[in-house]
Design a protein around this ligand. Structure first.
Ligand code: FE2
Ligand code: FE2
Length: 392
């Protein structure tokens, strides 16, 4: 049965194979179910294509006139926004939001991916969007940021010490890359800025692995030793399944200690390349520590029961590593030689003093960060003392 039409759309010679559906849909939008649209056009395939399109979208054809159906409208009638596009506000991001853009109009009935790090108090830190912006602005290119072309020549055993320290740093950087990379894919995309920040952090660590490797191989020497105790210490970071505890051990305590180690290298390394590398890596690490600490501060404020769990994590790690030797003696000695720079009793004594004061600075930094998480002076001192002698 034919009748009056509500709207007419003239497609000219435009066929459905070249986008005619967009014009039809443009006219259809906003019309109530039952409205009639005359679709005119000269494309020979138009009747066939229009019929197929109408059926797929829940409309029908009545004597060549498109009659708007209700199904297409219904598909979206209970659609809701997937959060606020400006910022992550959900206490817990619904699984159904999945991969949708934050703020998108979400059709119901989609998949529910298992992003298990989906709670605001478990992943968020207010500083994350700002740190992400800083991280992007602070990216540097190892090829141009460091002048590799005229490296300083060092006495062979001093070069060997630098290579040993680089060898140690590389395995630590690999742990610092692996830990956030493993959690990254579990963070709900609603907390987009945290995902972005962790992604850049992983990229930072990849660059750190690269520059320490380049420095180690600069003069063609073989790489140094990798002690089992050091690797066991790093393994205990990889084995921590809880995101907040892992960030606490890795970023607050480990990378926190590394800030001191990197300043030590920036100040005392015997050659310019090592000093520049340390300075650049230090800038990135400061951001990693800032996120870890900000996240932990928020988490401790949200859950008063967290602090004893943090203490327990440090104690557990200490007990697990009790039988290992901690920092490889080769690394410890290499730090002394590196800071001594030459083979005289006075220089070696200075190197040893500098390493002792590095360890004191690390301890002081850890105690300060622990105090920011609400630990008492005594608790902070005790926990800092239990931190791994491998530094990370
Ligand atoms: Fe790093
Ligand atoms: Fe880091």
């Amino acid at each position: 049965m034919s009748g009056a039409v509500d709207r007419t759309v003239d497609l000219g010679d435009l066929g459905f194979d070249r986008g005619a559906h967009l014009l039809v849909e443009h006219v259809r939008r906003g019309l109530p179910p039952g409205a009639r649209v005359a679709v005119l056009g000269s494309d020979p395939a138009l009747p066939v294509h229009l019929r197929a399109w109408a059926r797929a979208r829940g409309h029908r054809l009545d004597d060549g006139v498109l009659v708007v159906g209700g199904a297409d409208v219904d598909r979206w009638h209970d659609a809701a926004r997937a959060g606020d596009p400006a910022t992550a506000t959900a206490d817990r991001a619904p699984a159904a939001w999945g991969l949708a853009a934050r703020g998108a109009l979400l059709e119901t009935g989609g998949p529910e991916p298992g992003f298990d790090l989906d709670r605001h108090d478990v992943v968020w830190a207010d500083i994350a969007p700002r740190l992400y912006a800083q991280a992007l602005a602070g990216q540097w290119d190892p090829a141009t940021a460091i002048d590799w072309s005229h490296p300083d020549a060092l006495p062979p055993e001093v070069e060997e010490a630098v290579v040993q320290v680089m060898t140690y740093l590389i395995e630590n950087e690999q742990a610092a890359l692996t830990v956030p990379a493993r959690f990254l894919g579990r963070v709900h995309p609603h907390f987009r800025e945290v995902v972005q920040l962790l992604a850049v952090q992983v990229a930072d660590e990849a660059r750190h692995v690269e520059v320490f490797t380049r420095r180690a191989r600069l003069h063609g020497r073989p790489l140094g030793e990798s002690g089992a105790g050091g690797r066991a210490s790093l393994q205990s970071l990889l084995d921590e399944p809880d995101f907040t505890l892992a960030l606490f051990l890795l970023s607050v305590l480990g990378e926190g200690s590394f800030l001191n180690l990197l300043s030590f290298l920036e100040q005392h390394a015997p050659d310019r390349v090592t000093r520049s590398v340390a300075r650049l890596v230090l800038q990135d690490e400061a951001r990693h520590v800032a996120y870890g600490l900000a996240h932990l501060e928020l988490a401790v404020a949200a859950d008063p029961g967290l602090r004893p769990r943090l203490a327990l994590a440090v104690e557990r790690r200490h007990d697990a590593l009790r039988d290992t030797t901690g920092l490889n003696a080769a690394v410890h000695d290499a730090l002394i030689v590196l800071a001594a720079g030459e083979w005289t009793p006075t220089a070696i004594a200075t190197g040893a003093d500098r390493v002792r004061s590095l360890e004191a600075d690390m301890d002081e930094g850890r105690r300060r960060r622990l105090a920011r998480l609400g630990f008492t002076t005594d608790e902070s001192a005790a926990l800092s003392a239990l931190h791994t002698r491998n530094f990370m």
